[in-house]
Design a protein around this ligand. Structure first.
Ligand code: ACO
Length: 331
């Protein structure tokens, strides 16, 4: 029988500090009503100064190991999806490895914006199905508050900080069945952080021009996201001979409730089968899918044997979906 990569544990970490829509009303020209009606977001979490993506990721990985009852020393590999690494190098994976004491693991980062978790999950799954590794940790984490301009109402209302992680182990019955993944570099100009890399290294000019902040052309991103996330969700079901009715849970990337709604409509599934927590956390970029999955698991929304669909969309452009047979008992 073919080996599958099964999610055998899932955990998350969110900072305590809440930034509400009402707090943002005092910072930029916006309103709670505008933010909720256009995005579905009420509040988001903000990590304190002096802490970074690796601190949130390490906490999520510690919780993951506790849940599974394993020592971090048993982890073979840590892959981190993030666009807010602590620094360019060493990788955030290396920093998490040290913080949790995963002495026997190797580690690296994957940069695919909001699709970072799904890309990293696809990579991690290959090491399991090939038989190379027995325990792979995949983390999605971002400290978006470190690259968001809190004077720009177009973006500062959208994002929040979080990290979440899954453990992948081999299984003959349950686990990931398929992935569909895409990139389209022609979308690069619509969602990016222009400076700080080799093209525009940090300088007085890059700082004064605000090029170290995330830039987004919301309308262009919205247009692409709303069609592509729905399309890739339907396509993976068709490819595997399933219908929307067969799904027990849909876990979409949480960027905007209206983008999620479009995918839900195309799938033709009941709203109770959709995991939504964007209202509490905003868009946490690479963390949204594992964070939503972790909360769904904690809330007892997942039964062993359930068919689960992930779908994502992000800067790059990047997008994709994954289909899996849930293999964990209820907590
Ligand atoms: N408060 C009040 N008004 C605002 C705000 C705000 N926070 N932000 C923008 N506006 C204004 C705009 O300036 C504009 O005013 P104008 O018409 O006078 O110019 C007006 O509201 C309408 O702007 P739109 O862009 O048409 O608003 P829209 O309904 O499209 O919503 C949003 C904007 C929420 C950003 C939407 O376009 C969106 O969700 N885009 C996709 C974002 C996304 O999915 N990103 C995913 C990837 S993220 C990643 O990979 C890191």
């Amino acid at each position: 029988m073919n080996l599958r990569a099964k999610i055998s544990a899932v955990a998350h970490y969110v900072p305590d500090k809440i930034l509400s829509n009402f707090d943002l009303e005092k910072m930029v020209d916006t309103s709670d009503e505008w933010i909720r009606s256009r995005t579905g977001i009420s509040e988001r979490r903000i990590l304190e100064d002096g802490k970074a993506t690796s601190d949130m990721g390490a906490e999520a990985v510690k919780r993951l190991c506790e849940q599974r009852g394993i020592s971090p020393k048993e982890i073979d590999l840590i892959i981190v999806g993030t666009v807010t690494p602590d620094m360019f190098f060493p990788s955030t994976g290396n920093l998490i490895q040290e913080k949790v004491g995963a002495k026997n693991a190797w580690s690296y980062d994957v940069a695919a914006a909001c699709s970072g978790f799904l890309y990293a999950l696809a990579s991690g799954a290959q090491y399991i199905t090939s038989g190379m590794h027995k325990k792979v940790v995949v983390v999605g984490g971002d400290k978006m508050s470190s690259i968001v301009n809190y004077q720009d109402r177009n973006t500062c209302v959208l994002f929040g900080d979080a990290a979440a992680a899954v453990l992948l182990e081999p299984d003959e019955e349950y686990g990931i069945m398929d992935f569909i993944l895409h990139s389209d570099g022609s979308g690069a100009e619509y969602l990016r952080m222009k400076a700080g890399g080799s093209l525009y290294p940090a300088s007085l000019e890059t700082v004064t021009q605000d090029w170290h902040f995330l830039y987004q052309d919301g309308k262009q991103v919205f247009k692409f996201a709303v069609t592509k996330m729905a399309e890739v969700s339907v396509k993976i079901l068709e490819k595997n001979g399933f219908h929307g009715d067969d799904l027990a849970l849909f876990v979409p990337h949480q960027a905007n409730l209206r983008i999620i709604d479009a995918a839900v409509k195309r799938l033709g599934i009941d709203y109770e089968k959709v995991m939504i927590n964007i209202n509490k956390y905003g868009n946490t970029t690479a963390a949204t899918i594992p964070l939503a999955l972790s909360e769904a698991y904690q809330q007892g929304k997942l039964e062993k044997g359930d068919l689960v669909l992930f779908a994502t969309f992000g800067g790059g452009f990047t997008w994709g979906s994954s289909l899996l047979r849930w293999g964990m008992d209820k907590p």
